[in-house]
Ligand binder design. Structure first.
Ligand code: ATP
Ligand code: MG
Length: 801
């Protein structure tokens, strides 16, 4: 049989590059080539090729041109089967003919006059970014100055983005060096672990690698385990044993792979690396990491590597990233550019091991998710991809469904024709308006899932699942944090779970800054005077913390209390989950109660007559009741939680679930009604008075108090009782203010279009002693911490107030 071009011979048999599978021998190869999968993929590839050959890429027409206009014009070259237009701008179109020769005829015509303009008609091609291997040697480290110089010379942002790829991507030689090391390791490890496989994954092979990225390797011992089991049983029956197993060096005589712990196996891996692989040094086993790993360096090759076992999911998600790159060639330049931007802004790239910044995998998922949400979409959701896979491509790893097609041509090309510069700009717009604390990014669904779907304890569900299956218990909900990005396959894993509040805020702030910049002409047009333009300014070091200037700070006195699902107690999470879309109103009521408690009970401020606290309680009751009513009405809760959900939030009028606490009279509706208050509960207003320096010298008073009690020390704001006693002690000293201080507080909840939080706005209304600035400064840190402590109590706050 003559091998077709998709089949390569390998040391272990054959490899089919079309289906990405290894085939051990000729009879299996014949079966494979005749099989459904291979035939299906061949047909699909031919179909896509024909589509490409039948179509031309057209630009240069007026924005108001319709598909029909173009169809009519191009019909002179032959029957037109489809016209795909750039939806937003009407600047590009793909015209698909029934036959390839029609496209050739259209291309052969030198000039195309259409509605008084000259059309540009080009062959339709997928612009893959070619390697920068145009003879120039590559250096492993790129100086940003050199890159910026090159970027300034480019003629468009699109070209700049391609240059970023060219400058950073792994060159052919670098890839070869990595392959050689993999081969060497494969040979050495096979000596000790017969039939093992060393599988590279991560950035070396996922198409997003940069010079000097680490080499992630998975040591697959499945076959070795089988080998060992077989050798043991045949040994005991006296049958022939393989030479490997008899070998003096064979580790298999020392270790039983079926019972050894991952750390024990990795210790052996480390020993082999140290003793048997030339050039390897700095070998270190990290047994306590989420995934135990052996780290090593290679001196001559100047490479750092990681070896893991039990990491099949990472190999699979690497294939997923490869697939996405193949589906749309715009993904790579976007990811390279956004990675560089994020690194420059200190948002990504934890230097040594775990840290609070985004890792490259999470950042890439954010880019893919954004592309799943463009209109028209650039990339399909993982669920859609699953439906495009054929039966043979089904894949389940550790009970997670990891099915997707192995070849990009199984996925119909996107109708989105936006250019790279626009897509980058829109990336920043998308995330600058994103409500991270209240949303889960789901690439599987290709949309945002509301946080309320994940607030309920899944203990019961886990126990039920456990009862029906003997598999080990695993949580069904991910660890919630300031940013929640669900792994596309391991659905209980938040890949951004390591982020802290600060990184999330910085990410959003930098997106806002970048978005503003992208609106300017400096981003869009090359400077005629040779000044920096386009991407160059995006890669500048991070902007100053906080968007406010000094003048603004003096004018705006605001304190924010962010929504932090992770710190809320079980009962409150359950209530919020029941409230569905109305969770913000209910949470607002709880925060207002907590804030009121801080002022009234902890800081001993007096409410002035204007504040109607009874209304606050009434409204909170209502919010809870409505939250409970929502339990029967929350079948829509998986829909929008913000603008990021498809179809702007607020357009659909949801059932009312709550009203925030309000000083205005609350009309109690008997039945849930349609109301915008679901998204915007009414603001709350308080007026407070204070006669003492309750903010001054608290730290010392707290220290003294703790000395005389057995209570364990808690940080400021960490304990309600201690803080109340601190205030009491200050009051007892009778150091009164010269004159009473009166101040107003306006509270409102925001979210959906921005991060969910309660914003408290302060205005001094009587401050002849000029002390309010000091008091406010204290409140800025004290109030959020104290409110968080109150909200986090195991018992319900409303019962206390
Ligand atoms: P680079 O090494 O250039 O930072 P990378 O993609 O190789 O990028 P690593 O941190 O080395 O990132 O991780 C290697 C691979 O492991 C990733 O590509 C991904 O497949 C998988 N991976 C990394 N982090 C996670 C995670 N949090 N959840 C699931 N898989 C992950
Ligand atoms: Mg890596």
């Amino acid at each position: 049989m003559e091998l077709d071009k998709d089949i390569q011979t390998t040391q272990r048999g054959f490899h089919c590059s079309l289906c990405n599978v290894n085939i051990p021998n000729r009879p299996s190869l014949e079966d494979h080539v005749k099989g459904k999968k291979h035939q299906h993929l061949k047909r699909l590839r031919a179909q896509r090729k024909a589509q490409e050959e039948n179509s031309v890429f057209v630009s240069g027409f007026k924005p108001d041109t319709s598909q029909t206009d173009l169809k009519e014009y191009f019909a002179q070259f032959g029957p037109v089967s489809d016209v795909i237009m750039d939806k937003d701008k009407g600047v590009y179109a793909i015209v698909e003919f029934s036959e390839p020769q029609n496209a050739q005829t259209a291309l052969a015509q030198l000039q195309h006059q259409f509605n008084g303009l000259q059309l540009r008609v080009k062959p339709r091609e997928r612009k893959n970014f070619k390697l920068a291997s145009r003879g120039k040697p590559k250096h492993t480290q790129i100086s940003l100055d050199k890159l910026n110089f090159e970027l300034c010379k480019a003629t468009s942002v699109n070209e700049q983005m391609q240059k970023v790829v060219e400058n950073f991507e792994l060159g052919d030689n670098e890839k070869k060096v990595r392959d050689l090391l993999v081969q060497l390791l494969q040979e050495v490890f096979t000596e000790f672990f017969p039939d093992c496989q060393i599988v590279p994954f991560g950035s070396s092979v996922n198409t997003f690698g940069i010079h000097s990225c680490d080499l992630d390797l998975f040591l697959d011992l499945e076959n070795t385990k089988a080998f060992q089991a077989h050798a043991k049983s045949s040994g005991s029956t006296g049958e022939n044993q393989s030479e490997d197993c008899h070998s003096e060096d064979s580790i298999l005589s020392d270790i039983d792979l079926s019972t050894a712990t991952p750390t024990e196996i990795l210790e052996l891996v480390a020993t082999i690396l140290r003793k048997c692989v030339p050039g390897v040094h700095k070998v270190q086993t990290l047994g306590t990491a989420r995934l135990p790993v052996v780290k090593f360096s290679h001196r001559e090759l100047n490479l750092q590597g990681d070896i893991t076992i039990n990491n099949r999911l990472a190999v699979r998600n690497t294939r997923f990233l490869q697939l996405c790159s193949g589906i749309d060639s715009r993904l790579r330049p976007l990811v390279y550019t956004i990675r560089l931007w994020a690194k420059q802004k200190q948002l990504a790239g934890n230097l040594s091991g775990p840290g609070p910044l985004l890792n490259n995998y999470a950042l890439t998922l954010l880019v893919i998710f954004y592309l799943q949400n463009r209109d028209p979409v650039v990339l399909p959701s993982v669920n859609q991809l699953k439906n495009m896979a054929c039966e043979e491509e089904e894949c389940v790893i550790e009970d997670w469904d990891c099915t997707f097609p192995c070849q990009p041509f199984s996925v119909p090309p996107s109708k989105n024709t936006e250019d790279l510069g626009t897509l980058l700009f829109e990336f920043f717009t998308f995330y600058s308006k994103f409500d991270f604390p209240a949303s889960l990014v789901s690439l599987r669904d290709g949309r945002v899932l509301p946080i309320t779907d994940f607030l309920r304890s899944d203990e019961k569900a886990v126990n039920a699942a456990e009862a029906s299956s003997p598999k080990p218990k695993r949580s069904l909900t991910p660890k919630l944090g300031p940013m929640n990005v669900l792994d596309p396959f391991e659905q209980n894993h938040n890949v951004a779970g390591n982020l802290n509040e600060r990184t999330q805020k910085n990410f959003k702030r930098e997106c806002c800054e970048a978005e503003k910049y992208c609106r300017s002409l400096q981003y869009q047009r090359k400077s005629a005077k040779g000044k920096s333009w386009g991407l160059v300014r995006l890669f500048a070091p991070p902007s100053e913390a906080g968007p406010r200037s000094k003048v603004e700070t003096e004018k705006v006195m605001e304190v924010s209390i962010p929504f932090k699902a992770a710190v809320l107690p079980e009962h409150l999470r359950a209530q919020l989950a029941s409230a569905g879309k109305g969770f913000r109103g209910l949470w607002f009521a709880k925060v207002c109660s907590a804030v009121q408690m801080v002022f009234e009970e902890i800081l001993k401020c007096s409410p002035s007559e204007e504040t109607q606290t009874s209304d606050l309680c009434q409204s909170q009751d209502k919010a809870e009741r409505d939250g409970n009513e929502m339990e029967v009405n929350n079948n829509q809760s998986a829909e929008d939680t913000g603008p990021q959900a498809k179809g702007e939030a607020g357009k659909k009028r949801p059932l009312i679930t709550e009203e925030g606490p309000s000083t205005s009279t609350v009309t109690q509706a008997k039945r849930p009604r349609l109301d915008e208050d679901v998204k915007h509960p009414k603001p709350v207003h308080w007026t407070w008075t204070q006669r003492n320096y309750v903010w001054a010298g608290r730290r010392k008073v707290r220290r003294d108090l703790l000395k005389t009690s057995d209570e364990t020390s808690k940080p400021e704001g960490g304990c309600i009782d201690i803080e109340s006693r601190v205030t009491q002690s200050i009051l007892e000293k009778e150091e009164k203010l010269q004159d009473l201080l009166e101040f107003q507080v306006d509270a409102e909840v925001v979210g959906g279009n921005e991060s969910t939080k309660v914003v408290l706005c302060f205005h001094p209304s009587h401050d002849t002693a000029g002390v309010f600035q000091d008091f406010f400064h204290f409140l800025e840190s004290f109030l959020p911490k104290m409110a968080e402590t109150i909200l986090g109590r195991a018992e319900d706050v409303t019962e206390m107030s």
